[in-house]
Write a protein that binds this ligand. Structure first.
Ligand code: 13P
Length: 265
């Protein structure tokens, strides 16, 4: 049984003041779901410390948006995986499409970053997804498979076990255009089949989440498929009520909210 996971990717947004206000409201509203759903917040690097303190013992994890492909040394502007681990990060996004397209991160670089995150003992959230052109040419799975293969080349199949895969079609990110539940379900199934071909059991055990214009209004139908283990949320994770309503939709796919949690901490 795969435990659902909901990840907030704040991208390059926030301020000390705004983060505090957002989290105080959001954490109170997410509290009932924290046993049923794994949750993580990925703020920009400078706010990791602040967000770590605010998350405290809520059971909600800290995550980062990227990690260097190098271990240490002369890499101005980069942040190493061991630094992120030291800061308390549990998850690190790797290969986000904005990194691939805006900052020209190749499949090979993404694979190296992934390996660093693994070596530092954190869980990589490997983002994969096709462009609109690739989808229209019937090449969506070929693009995704080459993104997965680059990681396998770097770490072997062992690297992928216990990682999280985020399917984020590039054409659905920040555009308001969401993939249909059928497209999401079919693609997740195809990713599982690819993993299963490489290692028996891996397709079944790997958590695959969807990202791309997920909102409170469409979350329930996107999460309905048993192929979908949760979400990687951009814009909607900057609004406390919107994000916690997405959390409610995800928690509803597994269990009733755990009201006893309200008395913990
Ligand atoms: P949006 O939810 O804003 O479309 O962003 C998705 C995403 O890129 C999450 O990593």
């Amino acid at each position: 049984m795969r435990k659902p996971i909901l990840i907030a990717n704040w991208k390059m947004n926030g301020s000390l003041h705004a983060n505090q206000a957002l989290l105080v409201r959001m954490l109170a509203r997410l509290r009932p779901f924290r046993k049923a759903v794994d949750m993580a917040i990925c703020p920009p690097f400078p706010y990791l410390f602040q967000v770590r303190d605010l998350l405290g013992y809520t059971g909600i994890s800290l995550g980062a948006q990227n990690a260097s492909a190098a271990t240490s040394g002369a890499h101005t502007g980069e942040v190493s995986a061991t630094m992120l681990q030291e800061m308390g990060c549990r998850y690190v996004l790797v290969g986000h499409s904005e990194r691939r397209s805006l900052y020209h991160e190749s499949n090979g670089v993404v694979g190296a970053r992934f390996r660093q995150v693994r070596s530092a003992g954190m869980t990589p959230v490997l983002c994969v997804g096709e462009t609109l052109e690739e989808r229209e040419q019937g090449m969506a799975m070929a693009a995704i498979e080459s993104q997965l293969q680059a990681v396998i080349d770097e770490t072997g199949m062992a690297g992928l076990s216990d990682s999280v895969i985020a399917y984020e079609p590039v054409w659905a990110i920040g555009t308001g255009r969401t993939a249909t539940p059928e497209q999401v379900s079919d693609t997740h199934r195809a990713i599982r089949q690819f993993l299963e071909r490489h290692e028996a059991g891996l397709g079944e055990s790997t958590r695959i989440v969807y990202g791309g214009s997920v909102k409170a209004g469409n979350a329930a139908e996107l999460f309905q498929s048993s192929q979908v283990d949760g979400g990687l949320i951009g814009g909607a994770s900057l609004q406390a009520d919107e994000f916690s309503d997405i959390g409610t939709a995800l928690a509803n796919t597994v269990a009733e909210p755990d009201s006893e949690c309200d008395t913990l901490d």
